[in-house]
Design a protein around this ligand. Structure first.
Ligand SMILES: Cc1ncc(COP(=O)(O)O)c(C=O)c1O
Length: 418
């Protein structure tokens, strides 16, 4: 990747709102109550939602209060149906290929289990894999004798495509599971190139897009994944407790959930049941309808804002922040070479990541410390115990960024004295 010099990136940011084609940060801040209350750099944890998202949630809870939960859901049936259509539009698939979940981890678990990895079969996982999914994979290895292989990485710690191809070329039945953007750094996996290899060698391709939907421009057909899972609360700016998955129609028809639920199945006789034809076969009956309605609003807002425009803005602003942090004495960028997303990880000499995050929190600058326990295959492998993670969204203006840089510079001065 070509890194954007800080001065150029700053110029780009300054002109973006005026050029009419991209992101109007001032407008985004007006729509986002929390934007004026702190300098929020934790979109990769849980982003600030817009007032419209929160209003949709509250309105539904008020409706439930008046008429009861089931009756409220019945009244809002059409709006809930629209959530599937909006998700399909965002990802480039049909509404019947969408399943809604309460978290990305639930979606990943249900769909990986539905693939029924058999003893002796192989799962190739990226080093960017998230903790909860990795623990599931290792449990399958320990209890079901599934062979879990970590995909070799290149100099930028992305999946090494040549090495992956040599693994796949042996023809063994394989599930490939890749995290598009990890929790622990700003790297972006070459997901479309991986998709081409998956198709060439008939591997089933499961993409964890938890950190990339709402952040990067995602088209499931262009990527070539069979399954994609994402959460609502991060770059999509939806309420907590929401998530969605794409399951390619052909794949959904072949896979049955290991624990069918009344939502997607009918109990027809003493020992007889059937499963609905769509991706909803993976869902559960019980769900927070208010959150789903908020998710629908967030999906539509993301679309209205413009997906390519948002992705371009986030990427260039991420580059600007990364380069500016790199220029502060005592600060080391922890992102691998070439990382170019809106997640920026760094370390401050003389302070732990948690201490740095705490110093910034004192100034209402919200970043987090990500420990190796959230990504041993990445941070642990690089012998890093934790990193500070700053993650942006379209409501972060120049003032927020200036505060972040100032806060980190002060933390670095303190670190130098210790
Ligand atoms: C890459 C990645 N995958 C999966 C998850 C899990 O998402 P959830 O908390 O919605 O289960 C996270 C959470 O941070 C993540 O960063």
């Amino acid at each position: 990747m070509t890194s954007v010099p800080a001065a150029d990136a700053a110029r780009e940011i300054a002109v973006l709102p005026q050029d009419g084609s991209a992101i109007d940060v001032a407008r985004e801040r007006e729509l986002t109550r929390g934007a004026g209350l702190s300098h929020h750099f934790n979109a990769a944890g849980s982003a600030l939602p817009t007032t419209a998202v929160v209003s949709a949630v509250v309105a539904h809870l008020r409706l439930e209060e008046r008429v009861g939960g089931y009756e409220a859901a019945a009244q809002m049936k059409e709006d809930v149906e629209a959530v599937y259509r909006s998700a399909g539009t965002l990802l480039g698939c049909a509404a019947d290929e969408i399943a809604l979940f309460d978290s990305a981890s639930t979606g990943l678990r249900v769909l990986l289990d539905a693939l029924r990895p058999m003893p002796g079969s192989r799962i190739i996982a990226s080093r960017s894999t998230y903790v909860s999914h990795a623990l599931h994979l290792m449990t399958l290895q320990n209890e079901h004798d599934v062979d879990v292989v970590l995909a070799p990485v290149d100099d930028g710690r992305r999946v090494d495509l040549e090495a992956l191809e040599s693994l796949l070329a042996d023809g063994r039945p394989t599930i490939l599971t890749i995290a598009h953007v990890p929790t622990s750094s700003g790297l972006v996996e070459p997901v479309a190139a991986i998709g081409r290899l998956a198709r060439k060698y008939d591997a089933v391709y499961l993409l964890d897009a938890t950190q990339s939907v709402g952040h990067l421009d995602i088209d499931v057909a262009a990527i070539g994944c069979h399954v994609l899972v994402t959460t609502g609360r991060k770059f999509l700016r939806a309420p907590r407790g929401t998530a969605l998955a794409y399951v390619e129609r052909h794949c959904a028809a072949m896979l049955v959930p290991t624990a069918p639920d009344v939502r997607g199945s009918r109990w027809l006789g003493e020992r007889d049941w059937d499963v609905t034809a769509t991706a909803r076969r993976f869902e559960t009956w019980e769900a927070g309808i208010a959150g789903r309605l908020g998710l629908g609003v967030a999906l539509d807002e993301a679309q209205r804002r413009g997906i390519p425009e948002t992705a371009a803005w986030l990427t260039s602003t991420g580059a600007h922040v990364r380069e500016s942090l790199r220029g502060i004495p005592g600060v080391t960028i922890a992102d691998p070479e070439g990382a170019d997303s809106a997640i920026v990880t760094f370390l401050v000499d003389g302070l732990t990541a948690a201490q740095t995050a705490a110093r910034l929190a004192d100034r209402r600058i919200r970043v987090v410390s990500v420990p190796a326990t959230h990504g041993q295959w990445d941070l642990g492998d690089r012998a890093i115990t934790s990193v500070v993670r700053a993650s942006l969204h379209v409501y972060n203006d120049d003032g927020d960024i200036a505060k972040l840089l100032e806060g980190v510079a002060d933390a670095a001065r303190e670190g130098a004295r210790t």
